[in-house]
Write a protein that binds this ligand. Sequence first.
Ligand SMILES: [Cu+2]
Length: 70
Amino acid sequence: MELKNAQVKFNMVMDMGLYKARLQKAATGYSAITTLPKCIFGGHRWFMKLSFDEGNFSAEKVFLFDMDKN
Ligand SMILES: [Cu+2]
């Protein structure tokens, strides 16, 4: 099965904008590339929501990560 409608969205607690990328099939699994801005207020925690729907099945999951400080 191949996911055709999968995407990731990134945002911060503060309004830094919403960044989206579609997942593309890669050699091993899926990949997505996006560019996130550096927070001028020193925030570094980002949330990434992974979502996909395929036929009548859909799922989403939120992950968090901290951007490098330098
Ligand atoms: Cu910020």
